[in-house]
Structure formats: C-alpha cells, structure tokens
Design a protein around this ligand. Structure first.
Ligand code: ADP
Length: 270
C-alpha cells in the first residue's frame, strides 16, 4: 500500500522515437487480495446451507416412522437446496463479473426490452405478495452493453424492492434521460435503509438483517452484482432511502450514440 509498482516496456519505433508502456502492478495485487477474500467469504457462506442440509437429512432419518414429520423436514430440505442453488448461481455470476473483460461482446441494448423482461421475471414474487409492479418514463432509449447482464441488474433491484416491501404495496421502475445518461430508477415504499447501512449494502454478502434476508431467500450478493454490472457498463448505481418510507435505487448508464463505437470495458473491483 502506498507504493506504486509498475512494469515498464520500451520499444523503439523509429530512429528518434521510443514508446514506453507502464503497466500498473498494484492493481493486479489488489485484485489478487480481493479474489482471496472472495474465496474465504464464499466458503463461509456455503457452509451454512450445507450444514443445515446435513442436519435435516439426519433428522429425517430419525423421524422415519412419522410420515408427517418426514414431509415437513423434506420441505425444509427443499427450501435449503433452493437457497443453496441461488447462492451458487450468484457466486458464479459475480466471479464472472470480477474477471477482466467480463462484458465480452457488447451491442446496442434497448432499455424498454430490458425493463419489461426484468419486470416479467419479478412478477411471480410480486404477485404472491400482492405488490403492484409498474413501468414508466421515456421510451426508446438505448445503451451499449450486454442485454442479459442489464436484465439481471434491474431484476435484482426489483426483487429487493418486492422482498423489502410490505404486502399490497407498490413498486415502480422508471426511465429518464439526463444529458448523456440514461437513469433507471427502481422505487419502493418498503422498510428503507438507514444512512449508515446505505454505504454498506453494495458490499459482497452484506445484509442489514441476516435473519430476515434468509426468510426472503436473499444471498447478500444481489446489489454487489448490480454494482459490477453498472461499473462494467461505464455507469454507477446509487441509493436514496428513508427508513420506514422506502428506497430508490438508481442505475445510471451512458446513453448509446447513434453510431456506436466499440468500447473497451475496464475491469471494476470492490
Ligand atoms: P439480499 O440477497 O440479502 O437481498 P442484496 O445484496 O441484494 O442482498 O442486498 C443487501 C442488503 O441490502 C439486503 O440484505 C437488505 O438488507 C438491503 N436492501 C437491499 N435492497 C433493499 C430495499 N429495496 N429496501 C430495503 N433494504 C434493502
């Protein structure tokens, strides 16, 4: 820390011209440390559902002559397995995003299609809670990037908005343009997040209330994934919230120009 390490390459391009390339190695070291932390976090997070499954399996064996108990424990095993599978899926998604050049091939993405796909996928959980889901705002905006990743990001925000809202409340997703930016805002009237916690919710595996998050099937990775998707698209995600009144998560992405030029995406960490 505090020391900048560079690897320098020099090439002579003509009699009186040298080209000097300096590559920042501190970045590589920082990435290495982040990967190490990630592996430690992941092992810790996987232990909980795996341990619960082992315990439930033992309990089922002990309850073999009580069909009602077997059914109950089997149901809980199924819930744990679903959670474990969501966790593994998100870990894979996040580690893919943490690798350089994660975006790969980019293309013009229609924001309206992204929103309607994300809303469609979030609808089942919303309906189960009688939460109304609405889309609003300007139409026809486009960004340069990867359709599926953007759907995942908006869907994660919508899933949270529904999960941390009460029965029969209202969740909205809206688009507007602000100069060179497209802003996608997901608004809920749910439990909200205190100022101190707002700074932490984008961290990997951070949950304000782990017990509640477990009930909602949360993994603590959703917002971290959104943050990476935003950064890989040259944008950002921010939160405004008041406890007890609700939250608004805003995804800001650069608007695609009429004649898109391929862009090189930079690796984002943290
Ligand atoms: P999780 O899978 O636990 O929802 P996330 O990374 O998506 O993980 O979110 C991290 C934490 O931020 C959540 O556990 C929750 O405490 C808080 N949070 C996220 N979205 C909202 C929201 N819309 N309203 C209130 N709290 C939220």
């Amino acid at each position: 820390p505090g020391v900048l390490m560079v690897q320098v390459r020099v090439a002579q391009v003509s009699a009186d011209h040298l080209v000097v390339l300096a590559e920042d190695l501190t970045q590589a070291r920082r990435l290495e440390a982040i990967r190490r932390d990630f592996v430690v976090n992941v092992s810790h997070e996987l232990k909980t559902p795996v341990g619960a499954l082992a315990l439930l399996a033992e309990t089922v064996q002990d309850a073999a002559d009580d069909p009602e108990a077997v059914r109950r424990f089997a149901g809980r095993m199924q819930a744990e397995a679903t959670r474990l599978s969501a966790l593994v899926h998100e870990i894979i998604e996040l580690s893919r995003l943490q690798v350089a050049g994660a975006l790969g091939q980019v293309g013009l993405v229609d924001v309206d299609t992204v929103l309607s796909e994300a809303v469609d996928r979030a609808r089942t959980t919303a309906e189960a809670k009688h939460v109304r889901l609405d889309i609003g705002g300007v139409r026809g905006t486009r960004v340069l990037g990867q359709h599926d990743l953007l759907v995942t990001a908006v869907r994660n925000l919508l899933d949270n908005a529904v999960a941390y809202s009460g029965e029969a409340s209202h969740v909205g997703v809206g688009v507007r343009t602000e100069g060179e930016l497209v802003e996608i805002a997901v608004v809920d009237q749910g439990i909200g997040i205190t100022a101190a916690e707002q700074e932490r919710v984008f961290e990997r595996f951070y949950r304000v209330d782990p017990a509640r998050s477990r009930d909602t099937g949360g993994t603590g990775l959703g917002l971290s994934i959104v943050k990476h998707v935003a950064a890989d698209h040259g944008g950002e995600v921010t939160v405004w919230s008041q406890p007890g009144r609700g939250s608004t998560f805003t995804l800001r992405l650069p608007r695609a120009e009429e004649q898109p030029t391929p862009s090189v995406t930079e690796l984002s960490v943290t």
